[in-house]
Design a protein around this ligand. Sequence first.
Ligand SMILES: N[C@@H](CCC(=O)N[C@@H](CSC=O)C(=O)NCC(=O)O)C(=O)O
Length: 276
Amino acid sequence: MHRIEQHACFGGRQEVWQHDSSTLGCAMRFGVYLPPQAAQGPCPVLYWLSGLTCTEQNFITKAGAQRYAAEHGVILVAPDTSPRGEDITNDDGYDLGQGAGFYVNATRAPWARHYRMHDYVVEELPALVDAHFPTTTARGVSGHSMGGHGALVIALRNPGRYRSVSAFSPIVAPSRVPWGERAFEAYLGDDRAVWKQWDACELLRDARERLPLLVDQGGDDEFLQRQLRPELLRDACAAAGHPLELRMQPGYDHSYYFIASFIGDHVAHHARALHA
Ligand SMILES: N[C@@H](CCC(=O)N[C@@H](CSC=O)C(=O)NCC(=O)O)C(=O)O
């Protein structure tokens, strides 16, 4: 593993690292923000999962989260959104292949060989982060859009592994919207029963842990009705008795301007659980 960027930032350091991933079978990059408190001792980690078309750069350059991570003494880790490389299967569309890993473990050829973003985010990356940086065992997970889906599904599939979860504009029911249907058919095949294992609204029914969900959704989001459908999450949480704070934010779109406007609330939400 080697460092490819280092910048002073709010008294701490924003870094980008590259390593060879055994899970994905390719080189991967991730951003890590080390708050000033990390120079004195271990800090908890908030994992951020970005959306379609993103790399490790979008969140670290656009969300403005470092200010709040420095305030709360939280390490931020932001991985890329898929395996990458010329020899890695891709698609011409922005919503499949590189930049669109959907945080699942693909089971279908030709995707299954490299597209294992769930295991990368849940197993390999935290082990690497914990070995190289001053971390405590407390972890939270958050993300945007495809990454919001990833955060919800990863928390629901792995009870006990995360202390907090939140999402911006998440794809809450990928089995029922075009982005998710296209990705799941390619990565998982056409058996929709299998898709349910990767769909937050389905997983909520039998969740073994009831971590409170904080979700922000822009009211003027261009993807609101066709791809995101937050009402399905509201209904699934109500039916399962799962705690949800769904905040509709009038006038906000799907962009990182929206994320930057409310990321402080999300970092504070995670910090409360991670420092408890
Ligand atoms: N029409 C866009 C679609 C890509 C897009 O909007 N990506 C979002 C996430 S969408 C859901 O996962 C994003 O975060 N983009 C990067 C950014 O910095 O804003 C296109 O064709 O690119």
